[in-house]
Design a binder for this molecule. Structure first.
Ligand SMILES: Nc1nc2c(ncn2[C@@H]2O[C@H](COP(=O)(O)OP(=O)(O)OP(=O)(O)O)[C@@H](O)[C@H]2O)c(=O)[nH]1
Ligand SMILES: [Mg+2]
Length: 353
């Protein structure tokens, strides 16, 4: 039996082995992923992101318990960015996740941080696809919302939860990191802490300023807005088809607000399906995955072919402004002869190469 076949049969040990292969982007992992891919596309992918320490892991733990109570199979992917501060937090995550371990309907995977965030985004997408194909109906993806890389990982999800907590300073952390725009549901966790009203008020005014009427996806290097269906109609239609991110208070340590949050998540899935946005998001996600993979594959092929020394030589010429970046790329991609060098207007050129 192939890896993919035993994963489809529900073998957990093989699943764990396959996840490692997929995470390391091995040939075996890629082959299994290809075999599993047609079985994916059924899971509800839920991203949970927010500043460090807002309580994401505790929240994910609670949500998983809630979905288990509804008899749904749950996978948890904890994406660990390459920050040295998270070393302890991962250990802490393991401890908090304990009440879920031993449950055959739950699978928890921590993504090791190695290499670039781009690589991490790529292997996370693979891991999520494996869980999806293996029949996990809910996949919770926890990332620390600290930058664009994490935002890319969050974009894997159908539903994105942005977690805030009071007492993390005056600014709303998500706004600083630019992740508010990807929020489908805003969670004010640690609602037992002072300052919860202020946090909620700040989020509300942010939403009123710019509640998302469309999502922007990167596609072929261009940003294309994906308008919500119905927005081309009249104003009434527009309102009905608009998802305005609700704000939900939670106390994850106590379990307060969790079932309400789970209801919001289900409501969001229903909205996505009834408005046609579910398919649109799936397609946008797959389109950017294809693009990312193509970019990285071409980069890998390029690095395998070109020597580091030559690359640095050309880079030095760019520094000296004797080559423009465009010309440098033309040389590196061996298409330099197609460029008409004599036509070039270069005020910095001393006429000599
Ligand atoms: N008072 C209070 N503390 C909470 C709540 N939720 C989580 N905590 C505590 O906040 C701390 C951080 O919780 P985590 O769940 O690890 O937070 P996180 O966002 O996953 O942290 P990182 O993964 O390191 O970014 C822990 O000590 C939790 O017990 C809450 O609702 N109220
Ligand atoms: Mg965590």
């Amino acid at each position: 039996m192939t890896l993919a076949e035993s994963v489809l049969k529900g073998d957990r040990l093989t699943l764990a082995r396959l996840l490692t292969q997929v995470e390391n982007l091995t040939a075996e992992g890629r082959a299994a992923l290809a075999a599993l891919f047609p079985h994916s596309g059924r899971a509800h992918l839920i991203g949970v992101t927010g500043a460090p320490g807002t309580g994401k892991s505790t929240l994910v733990n609670r949500l998983a318990l809630n979905f288990r109570a509804q008899n749904k199979r749950v996978a948890i992917v904890a994406v660990d960015p390459s920050s040295p501060f998270t070393g302890g937090a991962v250990l802490g995550d393991r401890v908090r996740m304990r009440d879920l371990s031993g449950d055959p309907g739950v699978f928890i995977r921590s993504m090791a941080s190695r290499g670039s965030l781009g690589g991490l985004a790529r292997s996370t997408a693979g891991v999520v696809q494996v869980f999806d194909a293996a029949g996990y109906e809910i996949v919770l993806i926890e990332t620390v919302g600290a930058g664009q890389g994490e935002v890319d990982i969050a974009r894997l999800a159908h539903t994105t939860l942005v977690v805030e907590a009071p007492g993390l300073g005056d600014d709303i952390q998500a706004i600083k990191a630019g992740i508010l725009e990807i929020a489908d549901i805003l969670v004010v966790n640690k609602a037992d802490r002072p300052g919860v009203e202020n946090t909620e008020k700040a989020l509300k005014s942010m939403l009123e300023l710019a509640h998302p009427t469309q999502r922007i996806y990167s596609h072929h290097g261009a940003l294309i807005p994906a308008p919500l269906p119905g927005t081309e109609g009249n104003a009434v239609m527009e309102k009905e088809n608009l998802w305005i991110p609700p704000i939900q208070r939670t106390v994850s340590t106590e379990g307060q607000g969790i079932s309400e949050l789970a209801d919001q998540i289900v409501k969001h899935a229903e909205f996505l399906r009834s408005s046609g946005t579910w398919t649109a998001r799936d397609q946008a996600r797959l389109a950017s995955e294809l693009e990312l993979t193509l970019q990285q594959t071409l980069m890998d092929q390029f690095r395998a072919r070109e020597s580091e020394t030559r690359y640095n030589e050309i880079l030095q010429q760019v520094f000296k402004r004797s080559l423009s970046p465009w010309e440098a790329v033309a040389i590196l991609t061996k298409a330099y002869d197609r460029l008409n060098v004599s036509d070039r207007e270069d005020p910095h050129s001393g006429g000599e190469k």
